[in-house]
Design a protein around this ligand. Structure first.
Ligand code: TRP
Length: 333
């Protein structure tokens, strides 16, 4: 029996190179080995009140880009969270055993309260319960998430174990974070510090769907400095970031060439950026064309989303039937 992997992504829309070279490339590789559920967490997105059209558009964008990146909708299950109402039902049940104190202590919750003090809604508070249900509904045991989601997985185990204890069953399994490949590819942003990510601002991100012209513009505007003044010095963060990006998209020769120029204090960042932009464009060209092709094929998108909903519902229906039985919710008519 293959182990079950469950991965959710909040539907904040188009994906950047960090998503692509990080999580997504691993998703593509692990499809054979695991029973994979990849879903778009549109219900989770509601905590921030997107407009209906934004919500709808961003869900579609992520589906298209997952497919373009190589997720196989036959082999894996790619679905939209709201297409599986059993998740919401399980969320209701699990909320009965999730306590205010533990929910309030969650780091992600506290961060959000600090960032948006006037939108502390109960969906935000119970975000980890819904996330637990995403995983428990398919009996997932492996969840490819980063460090920031570790605590949510711990809560998932707590909720599952508590359910088992309360009803004296051995029903839900424990899920753990996992990384398919231990070679972590670092995708820094273009803004001089940290990872590429929307939370670090649009300027830090190159999106998979960005046109070559936009990629050139963004890369040319990337943060750099006035250049090294002494030979063989370590690189400041912003410069190291450009080299790290180059490591991902350029050839080893190109990288060595610019490293040498840097070490001899002969580097011109304009040249490096030009090269980086061109190599980025070449590296992402296949996925960019696939995005364009797929997003113009409404019938195909519909077919894929319908298939995903069917496959995910089949698994979810089985769980919810069993959970109702365990809880004692039985039809009296
Ligand atoms: N909370 C996750 C994040 O912000 C998204 C998510 C929702 C998720 N449900 C999930 C991830 C279930 C893995 C499994 O990245």
């Amino acid at each position: 029996m293959k182990e079950t992997v469950v991965s959710g992504i909040r539907s904040t829309g188009k994906l950047h190179l960090g998503n692509y070279y990080g999580a997504l490339s691993n998703f593509v590789k692990m499809q054979n080995e695991y029973n994979c559920f990849f879903f778009i967490a549109d219900l989770h997105s509601l905590t921030t009140h997107p407009t209906p059209s934004d919500l709808n558009r961003t869900v579609r964008e992520v589906v298209v880009e997952y497919l373009a990146a190589g997720i196989d909708p036959e082999q894996s299950t790619i679905y939209v969270q709201s297409d599986v109402p059993e998740v919401a039902e399980l969320y209701l049940y699990m909320n009965m055993n999730a306590y205010l104190g533990e929910l309030e202590r969650a780091t992600a919750f506290k961060d959000k309260v600090r960032a948006n003090p006037d939108n502390v809604n109960s969906g935000l508070l119970t975000y980890p319960v819904l996330m637990a249900c995403d995983i428990l509904i398919h009996h997932g045991t492996k969840v490819p998430v980063g460090k920031d989601q570790e605590q949510h997985l711990e809560m998932t185990r707590t909720f599952g174990n508590r359910f088992n204890r309360l009803y004296n069953v051995d029903y839900f399994k424990e899920a753990f974070a996992f990384s398919y490949s231990d070679k972590l590819v670092k995708i820094p942003g273009l803004d001089g510090n940290g990872k590429m990510g929307k939370s670090n601002g649009e300027a830090s991100c190159v999106y998979l769907s960005d046109s070559p012209e936009i990629i050139r513009k963004k890369v040319m505007r990337a943060v750099s400095d006035s250049g090294p003044t002494e030979v063989n010095q370590p690189k400041p963060e912003a410069i190291q970031n450009l080299f790290d990006l180059m490591k991902v998209v350029s050839s080893a020769d190109t990288l060595a060439h610019f490293n040498q120029l840097y070490n001899n204090c002969e580097i011109r960042y304009g040249d490096l950026k030009k090269q980086l932009a061109e190599d980025m464009i070449i590296a992402t060209d296949p996925v960019r064309s696939r995005i364009e092709e797929i997003s113009n094929d409404e019938e195909y998108i519909k077919k894929v989303i319908r298939l995903g909903a069917e496959k995910a519902s089949e698994s979810a229906r089985k769980t919810i039937t069993e959970v109702r039985e365990i809880i004692g919710i039985k039809k009296l008519y």
